[in-house]
Structure formats: C-alpha cells, structure tokens
Write a protein that binds this ligand. Structure first.
Ligand code: PSU
Ligand code: MN
Length: 305
C-alpha cells in the first residue's frame, strides 16, 4: 500500500507532530473552476486552514502515486493543465496504474484521506442525486462513499443542480448524518436555505467534534456531512440562481452531456450565465468551509490525542 502514497513534507511533519490535518480535493481545482481563479482559491484555502491551526493536505494523483499535500507548482499544474482526469472511485486504479494526472473528487479524496487517517475534509459542495435520476440513474459516487468511508465532509450543502430531496433520502438510507452548523435547514450552496429541515443542528464546533468522535468510536462506518451555509453577505438570490440552474440543466440535456461530464458542464454554464458571479460566490463559500473545517479538525484532534 505504502508504495502508492506520498506525503508532502508539511503533511509528514504534521503527522509526526500530531497536528490536525484537513484534506482538500483537486477536482474542484481542475474541473470545478477556471484558471487562474482555481489556483488562487486553492492557495487561499490552504492558508486559511493554516491560519486556523491545522495543516492542509490537497490530494491528487501524480505519476502513479496518491499525493497527500501538493507543492505550489503542483497546484499550478492541476489548475492549468487540460490533461487531468476526473477521478472517482471507479477510475482510481486505472489512473494510478497508467501514471496519469488525476484530480480527486469528493469520493476519491475521502478514500485517500482515510488511507492516511485524515478525518476532516473541506470542499464546496458534495455530489448527489441528479434531477431526473429516476431515469438516468445519475447518482454521484460521493454518496456511496459517504456511506462507507470514515471521513467528515464540510460543505455548503448541495447545489440545486441536484435533486435535494432525493439526495437527503439517499443519505438517510445509507445512514449518513447531516449536521447543520449554524443552520436548521440544508443549505443549497449558493443560498443559505432550502425547504429541507435537518434533524440535527448546532452552533458549537465542540459538539460537532463530539458527534464525530462518538460515531467512529461506536464503529458506525461511514462519513458525515457537515453543512455550513454560505455567509449571508455572499449568498445569491434564490429565484435568480434557480432560474439560471434550470437553464444550465436544459443546455446540458440539449448537448447530450452525461456521466462525469455533467457536473463540470453545469458549473461552467452557471458561471457563464451569471457573468462570473457564481464563481466568486463559490470561492467565498469554500473559504468559509476551510475556516470551520480547520476549527473542527483542531478540536477533534485535541479529543483524540
Ligand atoms: N460540486 C461543486 N464543485 C465541484 C464538484 C461538485 O460545487 O467541483 C465536484 C466534486 O469533486 C464532486 C464531483 O465530488 O464534482 C461530483 O461529480 P459527480 O456529480 O460526477 O459525481
Ligand atoms: Mn454522475
């Protein structure tokens, strides 16, 4: 197993010092945002994690290895190159064996984080059950991963490019807790609210860390979603963004976009239709998640060390 994994110096040192580590994904860089904003976002998010007392570990596949922690040059490469595969659980062995460049999705980042015992992972939004999934069967592998891999994901909920009702049903069936941090309902990424009331909410980082510790000490397999709404000042108008999302979905259908291309297509289209505003908002919510995620990681680390 070890031959497939390489820790950056910073992450290696953090491990030796028993410091809190926060995993970060690379699909958001390579397939979720355009260059150069993606690289700037990645660097800023890493710095926010450090400023809040934890060590960032951006994860990606390079030259047959799972890299835990990227250098500045590697971040730049993943932001710039058009030759990076989007790697979900399905793709991982092929991309490693053939030594290709691979950006890890939420699912794969969870797999890699668990391999090196990183419990906390910060991203923007998780994948979920797509609208129309009753005929397309397009359900993100992120949900299956949350069902089986012991990593907590801090996100701003799920985008309404997804069917939020079915996504919540799926998570319930799979036994995945969805914890609202400073929210009573599932946030919808660009907006703070949705009609889906959560069954657990707290304003306390300490309580969230306690829930995580309890779940895993009880040997309840699987992840946890920590839903952290976008800060008020950056939230978008609900009717406006939902209109844009409907338009983007329509264009995806017209262009026969399917499978793993769907989410990147929709993100790009939404950015285009909002004149870039959705990208600014996306970046702000990831930064906020980084702050909260690092605080949770530090708290959890102090309970388990
Ligand atoms: N949602 C976002 N930005 C992203 C993604 C989701 O707002 O970049 C990425 C994540 O890497 C997530 C993946 O794991 O898309 C889900 O893709 P799919 O729907 O193909 O499972
Ligand atoms: Mn899919």
């Amino acid at each position: 197993m070890k031959k497939y994994i390489e820790l950056s110096k910073e992450v290696q040192q953090a491990k030796e010092d028993g410091k809190a580590i926060v995993a970060l994904e690379s699909t958001i860089i390579s397939h979720g945002m355009p260059y150069p904003q993606n690289v700037k976002m990645a660097r800023e998010v890493e710095q926010i994690v450090r400023d809040n007392g934890a060590v960032p570990a951006t994860i990606a596949i390079i030259n047959g290895k799972i890299k835990i922690g990227l250098t500045d040059e590697e971040l730049e490469l993943f932001g710039k190159s058009s030759d990076v595969a989007k790697v979900s659980r399905r793709d991982l062995p092929q991309i490693i064996a053939t030594k290709k460049l691979g950006a890890t999705t939420v699912a794969t980042t969870m797999i890699c984080a668990e391999l090196v015992d990183i419990k906390i992972f910060v991203t923007g939004g998780i994948g979920g059950v797509h609208k129309g999934a009753e005929t397309t069967m397009d359900v993100s592998a992120d949900l299956e991963e949350l069902a089986q891999t012991d990593v907590a994901v801090i996100c701003a909920g799920a985008k309404s490019i997804l069917d939020l009702a079915l996504t919540m049903e799926y998570l319930e069936t799979k036994g995945v807790p969805v914890l609202g941090y400073e929210t009573e309902c599932l946030p919808a990424f660009y907006t703070r609210n949705s009609e889906f009331k959560l069954n657990f909410s707290t304003d306390s980082i300490d309580v969230i860390a306690d829930v995580l510790k309890t779940k895993w000490e009880l040997k309840l397999k699987g992840g946890v979603v920590i839903a952290n709404p976008i800060p008020e000042e950056f939230a978008m108008d609900e009717d406006y963004i939902n209109g844009i999302i409907d338009q983007a979905i329509k264009e995806a259908e017209e262009n026969n976009i399917i499978g793993k291309d769907t989410t990147p297509f929709l993100l790009g289209k939404i950015k285009e239709l909002t004149d870039g505003k959705s990208l600014d908002v996306n970046i702000e919510l990831v930064k906020h998640n980084a702050k909260v995620g690092a605080q949770i990681a530090v708290n959890l680390n102090s309970k388990t060390n």
